[in-house]
Design a protein around this ligand. Structure first.
Ligand SMILES: Cc1ncc(COP(=O)(O)O)c(C=O)c1O
Length: 387
């Protein structure tokens, strides 16, 4: 048993790691006078696409906006059904509703990735798309998803909110993709405060997403305030207001330059946790599936009720008492009133795997800003409570 003294300052569940480069670039942006979408967004898009190995990257205001725009650009609308795993953040399914379509929730595997057998049973004549979520930073089996989608003539829109730096079979998730939406929210591996990016290899789709992110205006609207721009523009369809600003892109450019180091640090912390918790009874650690590289956006552990020494809620309280923050990813969608209530009527028994895992699910702090001492504190407190 550890003899390490409890912390006397609170370790938040997550913090971004922002350096002087990000600060200076934001100041430069403010001084330039160009604070909304402009040259820095263009630069961030092209550097992100080059890093990812994608043909196109379209910067947007959030991953949520990116998912909605990508679905809209594929023509998803009223009467359509879209398959979504229940273990995700609400926006993955809410965007489907915003388009007038119906999200159809399905269960996950033990790794909390979409279960394609459950998805198979959910397909109807109205199914038009599937949104695989690369949960916690672990890639879904994209080959199997492509095979499934091709068999049912479905669009794939990848929810890559957690997957900046994730690899599948040697390639970064989002490269060679029809559509993937990344998140740069404050807690994410690459953070711009708020922000997102749609990656695609499909040029026509990229142009439609770009237009949809800015009211559905014809594409030269981006440059209408430059010396080479024109006052004239045309609205092609009813788009959204979801463009990224240069202030966010200024941060993103420098976060992107560090993403390799950030990912290595995340994996190194995960390695330490794996080793430190290997002998705990009734505690399942996140597995690393052999086909990919987990980028450890999250480190969710599963406490097996009745087998682990204490329950999930008691564990969270115990860590809080020791000044350590945690989070739960996620309360599955079928447990929220929107989806369990009369409109959809989902029941817990329909999702046996994710529903049972949720009871013991908790994410430990894991981020590059953590010091070795922070990591040691999490390990000591976790072992004290669970061994
Ligand atoms: C799985 C998943 N999808 C989508 C989102 C939405 O991301 P954003 O806040 O950038 O819209 C999140 C955010 O936490 C998420 O965890």
């Amino acid at each position: 048993m550890s003899t390490r003294a409890p912390r006397n300052t609170f370790l938040p569940y997550c913090l971004p790691l922002l350096g002087e480069e990000e600060i200076q670039e934001v100041v430069d942006t403010l001084r330039s006078g160009w604070i909304t979408s402009g040259p820095k967004v263009k630069r961030f898009e092209s550097e992100f696409a080059a890093w990812l190995g994608a043909r196109h990257a379209v910067a947007v205001s959030s991953c949520t906006a990116g998912l909605q725009i990508a679905l809209a650009a594929r023509g998803i609308g009223p009467g359509d059904e879209v398959i979504v795993p229940t273990m995700t953040f609400c926006s993955t399914a809410n965007v489907v509703l915003h388009l007038g379509a119906t999200p159809v929730l399905v269960d996950t595997t033990d790794d909390l990735l979409i279960d394609l057998e459950a998805a198979e049973r959910a397909v109807t004549s109205k199914t038009r798309a599937i949104i695989p979520v690369h949960y916690a930073g672990q890639a879904c089996d994209l080959d199997a998803i492509h095979e499934f989608a091709a068999r049912h003539a479905l669009h794939i829109v990848e929810d890559a909110a957690h997957a900046t730096g994730t690899e599948y079979k040697g390639r970064l998730v989002g490269s060679a993709s029809a559509a993937a939406s990344f998140s740069f929210y404050a807690t994410k591996n690459l953070s711009t405060g708020e922000g997102g990016m749609i990656a695609t290899d499909d040029e026509e789709f990229a142009e439609r997403c770009r237009s949809l992110s800015l009211h559905g205006i014809s594409r030269d609207a981006w440059t209408r305030y430059t010396s080479s721009g024109s006052w004239h523009y045309q609205v092609m369809e009813a788009g959204f207001k979801a463009n990224m600003t240069d202030l966010e892109a200024a941060i993103g450019i420098h976060q992107l330059a560090k993403i390799g180091a950030f990912t290595e640090r995340r994996i190194a912390i995960a390695d330490r946790y794996d080793e430190a918790f290997a002998d705990l009874t009734g505690v399942a650690l996140p597995r690393r599936l052999p086909y990919g590289r987990h980028c450890f956006h999250l480190y969710p552990i599963q406490l097996q009720p009745g087998v682990a020494k204490i329950g999930r809620n008691e564990f969270i309280e115990g860590l809080r008492d020791r000044n350590i923050g945690t989070s739960v990813h996620f309360i599955p969608l079928h447990r929220h009133p929107l989806y369990s209530g009369p409109r959809f009527g989902y029941r817990r028994e329909q999702f046996p795997v994710s529903d049972a895992i949720f009871e013991g699910l908790v994410s430990l702090p894991l981020y590059p800003k953590m010091t070795e001492d922070d990591v040691a504190d999490v390990i000591a407190a976790t072992r004290r409570l669970l061994s």
